[in-house]
Design a protein around this ligand. Sequence first.
Ligand code: ZN
Length: 288
Amino acid sequence: MHQANGNHACPSYLFHQGSAPLLISMPHVGTHLPPAIAERLTAGALQVPDTDWHLERLYAFARDMGASILMATHSRYVVDLNRPPDGASLYPGQNVTGLCPVDMFDEQPLYADNGHTPSDAEIARRRQAYWQPYHDRLGSELARLKAEYGRAVLWDAHSIRSVLPRFFEGRLPDFNLGTADGKSCDPALAQRLLEIAGQAPNHSSVLNGRFKGGYITRHYGQPEQGVHAVQLELTQCSYMQEALPFDYLPERAAQIQPTLKRLLETVLEFGQAGGHGLASGLTRGAAR
Ligand SMILES: [Zn+2]
């Protein structure tokens, strides 16, 4: 069922090929830490608290919709798949974590001994071993979808704790849609998604607020080339416990899954309208 890549004990990603013009990428769901890295980390870091937990379970329904799904296996502490390969900041001037982070979201150090942070040579090895294979697969799957359907939609799925003073003030809205300030997907599609998120009972939403889409959204989203990318950063309190042991909360998740499903149905119909123009896809999406 899954195709895996790599000769390591742990493959560098997991991939499920679907039957529709939609690819869901989950670059931060991985929890694996290779032993040579794990032995240098603090006890707190070994709990990988900054993982986008349980997204595979939350989005399980997407397989039945025909979506392809690409999932990271390694922790973002090994290499961050949603950062540019040169390590450039996504949000210049703001406090951010890098390609191979050296601290956690709470600003505690990842490495027990400062001398054990990765050298430039180690960063290059990690990029080659884990970052590159994920992106090779992402790029080739989008190309396949575009060739087959005339259009491809990329949904970059994330989640984050709702309160993180390092990155934003106060409490984050629940549904944070990001389209690189309108550059990564058709603007009419983005507006339709914001409307749908806005109808989620007891949940808040925003388009291109604090999270505008990371490297994956910005790099692959090329609407003029027929590839439309959207990032959804979801508050973890919408479906799970935000503190250890980070349990999935099925009853809470069930409250947002209908909205997630409508969002994905809308992008899927937009993708299926490839070659038939934007209007038909959005009209059918709106008719539900
Ligand atoms: Zn994430």
